[in-house]
Design a protein around this ligand. Structure first.
Ligand SMILES: [Zn+2]
Length: 298
């Protein structure tokens, strides 16, 4: 599949379009810095990472719409204190002016975090992003405890990058994040990248906590590590807890390759098939984002 084929293929499944729970939009100066980081990926990750969709903001939105993405969560995240509240205001305004974009929020362990997070949720944020590796903070930090509680009560999904991939951080590890889940077992957590590289641990958390999900971001594409044996059969056991995520636009390949990977899982297991695809590509991310009425899914 190529990008030009995606929208039609999705329509063929009987879906109104894709709902992508994990894409990134950022204020222009921040995005430039992220792209500069990927330009030096050999130094950071030991491999090249040519960002495929290095276009201006309007063009990136047009590309998503052209792929048949009807709703998406533009995720923002800070790498230092004093940044999250500003990002939250920026992404609220971005979502208000961009068809298909759902308002999101982020956080950082710092004084006042529960105040700005509560305000973002009251303003309509439908998804929260936390990036344990980039933020280099401990998700168990006492300053975050009230915020995890607020997110759990609001019932909005927390998309959290807490796995060791692509490079471990000081506080990455699904075992570390599980200590947060033990305190907040109702939290609707979405393990970004399916917990890469600890896929089995991610499925263990899905089994232990009723509201833990995983997203597909960069999982199973030939850029990342091969999937372990048994991955697809574990998927089949939790088909309603998997949501489409892609990391658009910062991926070093076409968007279609992620869709191809997911389609490959559906084909490989008779328990999956088209109903799995409809759940992953649309229904589950739409449910997580609270997009129940058709007006939300234009
Ligand atoms: Zn991401």
């Amino acid at each position: 599949m190529r990008d030009g084929d995606v929208a039609q293929w999705v329509a063929g499944l009987g879906l109104p379009g894709l709902v992508d729970l994990h894409v990134h939009f950022l204020p222009e100066p921040v995005l430039r810095k992220v792209w500069a980081y990927f330009d030096n990926a050999r130094e950071h990750y030991g491999m090249d990472w040519p960002v495929h969709y290095r276009f201006d903001e309007d063009e990136r939105v047009r590309i998503l719409h052209g792929l048949g993405v009807v709703a998406f969560a533009p995720l923002v995240y800070p790498h230092k204190p004093g940044m999250a509240e500003w990002l939250n205001d920026w992404v609220r305004d971005f979502a208000a002016s961009t068809p298909g974009a759902v308002p999101t929020a982020t956080l950082f362990p710092e004084p006042g975090v529960e105040t700005y997070l509560a305000r973002a949720l009251a303003d309509g944020a439908r998804c929260v992003k936390a990036h344990v590796q980039v933020g280099a903070y401990d998700p168990r930090a006492s300053e975050l405890d009230t915020s995890w509680g607020l997110i759990a009560e609001a019932g909005v999904p927390l998309v959290i990058h807490c796995g060791h991939g692509p490079r471990p951080g000081a506080f990455t590890g699904l075992d570390v994040f599980e200590e947060v889940l033990k305190r907040h077992p109702r939290l609707t957590a979405v393990l970004a990248h399916a917990g890469m590289p600890d896929f089995d641990l991610a499925f263990d958390l899905v089994e232990r906590y009723p509201n833990v999900h995983i997203d597909t971001t960069m999982v199973g594409v030939d850029f990342t590590d091969p999937l372990p044996d048994g991955f697809i059969s574990r998927l089949a056991g939790h088909a309603d807890r998997i949501a489409l995520g892609t990391d658009f636009p910062n991926i070093p390949y076409e968007y279609a390759r992620q869709i191809d990977a997911i389609a490959g899982w559906a084909e490989a297991n008779a328990q999956l098939g088209d109903s799995f695809l409809r759940a992953v590509l649309h229904d589950t991310p739409a449910r997580l984002l609270g997009l129940t009425d058709q007006a939300d899914l234009r």
